[in-house]
Ligand binder design. Structure first.
Ligand code: SAM
Length: 236
């Protein structure tokens, strides 16, 4: 492992994501923006090689510039490409990170490049929303979640999902709250869902009694959260 001296300051969210990248991985970072994640991991001596894939010209140029400035152009290939088109078999990529996008978009990127996923050992995913849809895609496509973490950064909550090839069966509650997260019941998890619960309770108070369907939909969400937080659901 080469010892790279140039470091980079990452957001807390990206640092948490970086913590899941195995030492020595050959990483594809899809939607790499400034190439922060690959540069940080190289700087720490955690990896030797990465591809920073970007579909948009602006972030692609920033990534190219940052990699060149860090003097790491021999270790990071910055490629203008849509999703998994950024790599081929000969790149020997074993870990793919797709982070900081909507869960639906991440699932679409994985779906579009599905044929190539057989080449890869691990996915590290950080959806900004629609986590349930992403978990559903993983379950339907022969991936099993092996680890999950919920983190907070600048008063926002982010879920990180790590998946490998395998089978899993997730209930509706697992899809929504995360099979590991809901059992671990961390303080961050509780705070995230307490906040969501308060929002839903406020919303419910504003919906007139006559709108039964709307009220019922919110009540179901409320009682699921209460169940996962082990609070009484008697009122709902
Ligand atoms: N991954 C970084 C992070 O977590 O901080 C950057 C997140 S940024 C919000 C999302 C980036 O993904 C943007 O730079 C966008 O251009 C890129 N992106 C969106 N769809 C993409 C796709 N299909 N292929 C590659 N990059 C994509």
């Amino acid at each position: 492992m080469r010892d790279k001296k140039k470091g980079i300051n990452l957001s807390e969210r990206l640092q948490e994501i970086a913590g899941f990248v195995p030492k020595g991985a050959r990483l594809l970072d899809v939607g790499s923006d400034h190439a922060y994640l690959p540069l940080y991991l190289l700087g720490k001596g955690c990896i030797d090689y990465a591809i920073a894939g970007e579909v948009a010209e602006g972030p692609y140029s920033s990534a190219l510039e940052n990699v060149a400035q860090a003097g790491l152009s021999d270790c990071v290939d910055v490629r203008l490409a849509d999703g998994l088109a950024a790599f081929t078999e000969s790149d020997d990529i074993d870990v793919i990170a797709v982070c900081g996008m909507g869960g639906r978009l991440i699932a679409e990127i994985l779906e579009a490049g599905k044929a190539k996923l057989s080449l890869v050992k691990q996915l590290i995913l950080q959806p900004n929303n629609c986590e349930d849809e992403l978990r559903l895609w993983l379950m339907a496509n022969g991936f099993a979640i092996t680890a999950e973490k919920i983190v907070t950064d600048k008063q926002k909550y982010y879920e990180i999902l790590v998946a490998e090839k395998g089978q899993m069966t997730l209930s509706d509650m697992d899809l929504r709250f995360g099979p590991f997260l809901r059992r671990e019941l961390s303080a961050v998890f509780k705070a995230r869902w307490q906040r969501e619960l308060s929002k839903l309770e406020q919303a419910l108070m504003k919906i007139p009694e006559k709108n039964e369907q709307d009220r019922l939909a919110i009540k179901v969400k409320i009682s699921q959260i209460k169940e996962v937080l082990h609070e009484s659901t008697a009122d709902y």
